[in-house]
Ligand binder design. Sequence first.
Ligand SMILES: Nc1ncnc2c1ncn2[C@@H]1O[C@H](COP(=O)(O)OP(=O)(O)OP(=O)(O)O)[C@@H](O)[C@H]1O
Ligand SMILES: Cc1ncc(CO)c(N)n1
Length: 529
Amino acid sequence: MEAARTSRSAGSRIPNILSVAGSDPSGGAGIQADIKSISANGGYALAVVTALTAQNTLGVTGVHTPPVEFLRRQLDAVSDDVALDAVKIGMLGSADVARCVAQWLDDVLPAVVVLDPVMVATSGARLLDDDAVRAVVDLAARASLVTPNIAELAVLVGAEPAASWPEALHQGEVLAALLGTRVLVKGGHLPGERCPDALIPGPQGPGEPEQTVVVDGRRVDTENAHGTGCSLSSAIATRYAVTSDWLEAVREAKFWLEGALESSCSLDVGRGSGPVHHFHSMPESRHHQLFTDLAWRDTAAVRRDILGLPFVAGLTDGSLRPADFSYYLQQDALYLREYSGVLARTAALAPADDERLFWLRAATSCLETEAELHRTWLTREAGTRFGEGSADPVTRAYCDHLTATAARGSYAELVAAVLPCFWLYAMVGDYVQEQVRDEGVERGPDGVHPYAQWIATYADPGFAEATAQAKRVADRAHRCASPTERDAMLRAFHWSSVYERDFFDAARSSRMQAGSLQAADLREGAVLP
Ligand SMILES: Nc1ncnc2c1ncn2[C@@H]1O[C@H](COP(=O)(O)OP(=O)(O)OP(=O)(O)O)[C@@H](O)[C@H]1O
Ligand SMILES: Cc1ncc(CO)c(N)n1
């Protein structure tokens, strides 16, 4: 038997989480709850069915267990093909099933195993044969984390159910020592205003907390607790695959479950103990949107600032001081050199040849086409050469943001970081050209708009097409990105947009700073004898 394929680094892609559990056709517990919970918490859900239950929110009316040979076949089909980041185990039903899963774990050795030792449904129906407890204990010793409720904890340690939180904690510690693994004690079934859980560490190892940590929670006033145990254990397995931190995973999963319990009132499923709302924190509208729509909306204020800058008004009516334009171009020449290198790095990370070629062409053209304007203007008007001088604080900060993203960000994040340089320039280029055309603004003394070449460069249809392609690439990258990476994309886009704004305004603000310094010098001078 081939060992499970090792997983790629957590966090860089959506983790694969396998649920091995029973089916609940009413959708609130078992494999159906697991799939929703894993998906809602940012994982890709796989599912192997141990048993079929005939069940609804009122209770269980039957259990059918397929032959264990077929269970093994399902398990192998998944592990032979897919790199599993975590396995969550729920209802086992019988000793044979528990032993079959234990054997598969021994053969495949998944890195992370969360066992919810399901014995009794919320409705009170038995979901594990009496003679199977021994086999479940054997299986539990192979888990990274075991998540019994109060009744299951008592069965596993061979005691009466705990009547108080300290007693439950004590039983949890006994179980952790017995199994040699982490235990999550759940307070859901104890009376009280609060609903605490506690993470009891396993044998000490690197990164293992030394003491039991209580993760407190509010008790939600609801009857809809069907499948909370299944949902919680799947959420923990998923969040652990993302964070590699048990305590963080428990905290995130519990916080998420609290929201799911609270929003269960928005569902209308059955007449008994209803399901929780797994997708409560996923506003559909945002989830299905294109990156470019989200990013554009998030940066509306920055764009308003840009279009209101004196630089843009001065470019439009030609009143921009030539010295300010030279300052801007000189900084831009320094910027373009670094930007070109960042685009080349984007090309190197591109997953497909068409995208690679696109970024390589962009890297070349920003040093050729765009910089042509800089060369001619700077030589003619400012008597300096392309790339001379040193970067001001805004140029430095913008370049550092881009190079840092290129060094440690993913392809998607980098694409988001380089996009505003296309998109905002195309926007300003179009805006200025339209204003010039519509309002017939002043021309220079020779009848030519002094900044015509700048306007032509960025209002050019070729530049618009490159911008459209960069947007398509960003949307494609966003579709394949994990939730963490999607957030990083939005942040990167936002910061680049802010730097673009400050860059347009840098000549004026440096002049004003120099001016106010001079004024301060003068005032100081006035009091000197
Ligand atoms: N009313 C509630 N309000 C807030 N949290 C709750 C509530 N009921 C249960 N929980 C939480 O839900 C999680 C699951 O705990 P619980 O003890 O109910 O599991 P379980 O009995 O295995 O669930 P089930 O058998 O219904 O799938 C725990 O984190 C617990 O603290
Ligand atoms: C299939 C299945 N697994 C687990 C539970 C525990 O809630 C349930 N009710 N049904």
